[in-house]
Design a protein around this ligand. Structure first.
Ligand code: NAD
Length: 504
């Protein structure tokens, strides 16, 4: 693969409001030459930023966090319009983005290495050095939040950043970079816009030292392959097909409530969302009934209505993908359960919103384990259910996927909770809870869910090189001085060499 520019944009890209399906604006892709120029300037800004005193970098990041909070309403409106998120749910994401910036500000003052026991005549230690220009390629499901995690980690550790948001949801990141303009030195943080072509180009540009990617597994594979050509550092936060496992001794009401949030939250467009329910056969019927009752209480509606819990999917393509997978599962014998009050995958909406990319949450029972609804990440509010009898079956079903992002297990048996959690192969495991994420805790996947860690102290591995340093100390220390030079001696000095040696 060579570093060929992607085609320059002929027409600006349309932006759609997912709640209505209507186009509300356009944003042009950044032309190839301009992308290269932005990367050049980010590379030129790198040495000074890397050399900035940590306390000063921290102050910049804290100021940016403050600006995010001040501009909360504007950011909420952009996320609502671009991504189709309900207005009541976005504030928490803006706050989390600000907290990530603050947490990484604190990290700038943390020790960054170790001193090693060494041979005589040499001192050795390891420290961390920044990578250079980090390209942060962000997804459409949490546009501001995912970009902020990357930007905060990369900047705190001394890198400059070129961020590329999803072409479907670019404007919150655009606003963030605008806010940073008045705070960070020039070219320390910049943005480029476009789709896969722009992302590919970032992977191949020689000025870029590392790519921090969050998105689908298919795109992640391509990113890793393209970065291999120039041996770039890559981190991949990819998709998931995450299981939620319920044992019969679980607090079933708590588990049902968590499951509803796990499969319908953000309209199912969550990398860590649960899309597979693995449930003990004895509690299956009552649990699924309760799940549907609770799901029916979620209000599907216009995204600017504060009462709305569930908005649309972000794109029409996503809506079509979900429809196709549900129809496929039904065609292969799955039972399709809609929440009480719903009779179709297309929810009832005001006439202004019938063109929106909405989909009714759906529970699929008895899905053949070969079908996409069980195997593939659908990024929609679809839960595929299967039952188990034994713990071994439960674990086998939980692992019946190439992904390994998250898993949630529900049981009140302390020993089982510990043992089962220990055997789960996933980057994030929740026991009797689901979805907790905080900025000090490093997160990421295994298997087809990717590698690398965001947030927490492990983010340092993503955004720095460790460096080993040996300092030779050939100079031998002088012999210790006589501590009592005046006692019993009148002429200590060079002539007294024998006794000095003896003292040693
Ligand atoms: P996507 O893969 O379509 O796009 C993600 C980003 O990559 C976008 O900016 C896109 O323009 C760019 N891109 C696409 N193809 C590319 C290529 N070949 N080379 C370089 N860049 C490319 O994903 P999406 O639909 O925007 O986001 C949803 C996906 O992200 C889901 O799979 C979800 O699970 C995943 N995700 C993972 C995490 C995590 O932490 N593991 C977090 C959020 C989202």
């Amino acid at each position: 693969m060579t570093s060929r520019p992607h085609p320059s944009p002929a027409t600006p890209r349309p932006l759609y409001d997912p709640a209505t399906g209507e186009q509300f604006g356009t944003l042009p892709d950044t032309p190839a030459e301009q992308c290269a120029g932005i990367a050049d300037r980010a590379a030129a800004a790198f040495p000074a930023w890397a050399g900035t005193a940590p306390r000063e970098r921290a102050a910049h990041l804290r100021e940016l966090a403050g600006r995010l909070r001040q501009d909360r309403d504007g950011l909420i409106e952009r996320e609502r319009r671009d991504a189709g998120k309900p207005v009541a749910r976005i504030g928490g994401e803006v706050e989390f983005a600000a907290r990530a910036l603050e947490w990484f500000a604190g990290q700038t003052l943390q020790p960054a290495g170790e001193i090693h026991p060494g041979e005589t005549g040499v001192r050795s230690y390891t420290d961390r050095i920044p990578l250079g220009v980090v390209a942060a390629i962000a997804p459409s499901n949490y546009p501001l939040l995912m970009a902020s995690w990357k930007i905060a980690g990369a900047l705190a550790h001394g890198n400059t950043v070129v961020v590329k948001p999803s072409p479907d949801t670019p404007r919150s990141v655009q606003a963030l970079v605008g806010l940073a303009d008045g705070i960070l030195p020039p070219h320390v943080l910049s943005a480029v816009y476009g789709g896969a072509g722009t992302g590919r180009m970032l992977c191949e540009l020689p000025q870029i030292a590392a790519v921090s990617f969050t998105g689908s597994t298919a795109a992640g594979r391509d990113v890793a392959a393209r970065c291999a050509g120039s041996v770039k550092r890559v981190s991949l936060e990819l998709g998931g097909k995450n299981p939620l496992i319920v044992f019969p001794d679980a607090d079933l009401e708590a588990a049902a409530q968590a499951t509803v949030e796990a499969f319908t939250g953000n309209t199912g467009q969550m990398c860590v969302g649960a899309s597979r329910l693995v449930i003990h056969e004895h509690v299956h019927d009552a649990f699924v009934r309760r799940l549907l009752e609770l799901t029916a209480r979620r209000t599907i509606g216009p995204t600017d209505d504060p009462a709305t819990d569930l908005g649309p999917l972000t794109t029409r393509a996503a809506q079509q993908r979900v429809h196709a997978a549900v129809e496929d599962a039904a065609g292969h014998g799955a039972k399709v359960h809609l929440p009480p009050g719903h009779d179709s995958l297309q929810p009832a909406l005001p006439p202004t919103h019938t063109g929106g990319f909405y989909v009714t949450p759906v529970v699929l029972d008895d899905v053949p384990l070969t079908r996409p609804a069980w195997r593939e990440e659908l990024s929609g509010p679809v839960l595929s259910v299967t039952t188990f009898r034994t713990e071994a079956q439960a674990l086998h079903l939980a692992h019946d996927t190439d992904y390994g992002l998250s898993a949630s297990v529900w049981t009140t048996h302390a020993g089982r909770a510990e043992e089962f959690a220990r055997r789960l192969r996933a980057g994030m495991v929740w026991v009797n809870t689901w979805g907790d994420t905080e900025e000090p805790v490093s997160v990421g996947g295994i298997g087809h869910s990717g590698y690398g860690r965001e947030l927490g102290v492990r983010a340092a591995d993503q955004y720095t090189h460790t460096r080993a340093v040996w300092i030779g100390t050939p100079h031998r220390p002088e012999p210790p001085q006589d501590p009592h030079p005046s006692v019993g001696r009148t002429h200590p000095g060079p002539l007294d060499a024998d006794s000095a040696r003896h003292d040693r």
